[in-house]
Design a protein around this ligand. Structure first.
Ligand SMILES: Nc1nc2c(ncn2[C@@H]2O[C@H](COP(=O)(O)OP(=O)(O)OP(=O)(O)O)[C@@H](O)[C@H]2O)c(=O)[nH]1
Ligand SMILES: [Mg+2]
Ligand SMILES: [Zn+2]
Length: 290
């Protein structure tokens, strides 16, 4: 049977397959280092009775997040608010940049719609026009929760976003039974609350899996990206790349630059361009350290 590894605990591997969770051991021949089997790994198991099994094989990963360590994450749900805490657009663009570097899909959630402030109402559409799916939600009045469920269905996702934006609240709004369910699992394996050392996947009743801890806890830009690659991670710049006079153009004041021309015309939003320059400078500074 094919399954998905939800979590590991005390030498056991909990695998969801065919609608239930199997408590599995590993076939003896597998290496058992920390990173060989992670939540999200797609595995093949053989049943040994009602709800026990053995992991026989693991499929190649399509992605790997290090913190939290989760395999096969496909999308990152980036949560900000239309209210408090005020949306920090540099942090938002940094998350989008890192999700792009990881080659994952980003979904933007604008929460607290019930207490939205007029000065932020343009943001969802601004990012939608750039090309990011933008969802407006409220964990209080339920707006957008059904759409969020649909976005999570059939995939492995992780949430990201600053403290206080409502990630846990959105989770509970989608899954009123969830808290209870987590409590039961914890008791069953005999560990206290808040003692999760490894990430685990939580299965949503409407389908889909979400990592229990927010992804992207460390926000430094990885060191293996080069200065030439930065612009390619800004979706709206892509149509202009290759159209500058110099093919080495870094779009920071060189003559006949298609990107800065697009910024001047308002085709590229200025704060996005400024954040491009910020990240570019960080990447260049990191190159110098070698
Ligand atoms: N009005 C309103 N308040 C909300 C909404 N969502 C969350 N809150 C409130 O915002 C506060 C923070 O919510 P949490 O769900 O704890 O935020 P979080 O993103 O999980 O925060 P961390 O766990 O610290 O990262 C709580 O007081 C929630 O009740 C919403 O849609 N509308
Ligand atoms: Mg939380
Ligand atoms: Zn240029």
């Amino acid at each position: 049977m094919e399954g998905i590894l939800l979590r590991r605990y005390g030498g056991f591997y909990y695998v969801e397959s065919e609608g239930k969770v199997w408590t599995c051991r590993l076939r003896g021949r597998f290496r058992r280092t920390e990173t060989d089997f992670l939540p999200g790994d797609r595995v093949e198991i053989v049943a040994l009775g009602e709800d026990k099994g053995v992991i026989e094989a693991i499929k190649p990963r399509v992605s790997l997040l290090e913190r939290p360590a989760v395999a096969n994450v496909e999308q990152v749900v980036i949560v900000f608010t239309l209210s408090e805490p005020p949306p920090d657009l540099e942090l938002l663009d940094r998350l989008l940049f890192m999700v792009s570097i990881k080659d994952l899909k980003a979904v933007l959630v604008w929460n607290k719609a019930d207490i939205a402030l007029a000065k932020y109402l343009h943001l969802p559409e601004l990012y939608q026009r750039i090309g990011y799916l933008s969802l407006i939600t409220s964990a209080v009045d339920g707006r957008g929760i059904e759409e969020l469920r649909k976005l999570l269905r059939g995939r492995i996702s992780t949430f990201a976003g600053p403290s206080g934006v409502g990630k846990s609240s959105l989770f509970n709004a989608m899954e009123p039974q969830l808290k209870l369910a987590i409590g039961e699992i914890s008791e069953k394996v005999g560990r206290g609350r808040h003692t999760t050392r490894h990430a685990e996947l939580i299965r949503l009743s409407a389908g889909g899996w979400v990592a229990d801890t927010p992804g992207f806890s460390r926000l430094h830009i990885p060191e293996d990206i080069t200065r030439e690659e930065v612009a390619g991670h800004f979706m709206e710049m892509e149509p202009f790349l290759g159209q500058c006079r110099f093919n080495t153009c870094l779009h920071r004041g060189e003559p006949d630059c298609a990107v800065t021309a697009a910024v001047a015309e308002g085709v590229i939003v200025r704060h996005r361009y400024e954040h491009y320059l910020t990240f570019l400078n960080e990447v260049i500074a990191a190159e110098r350290r070698y």
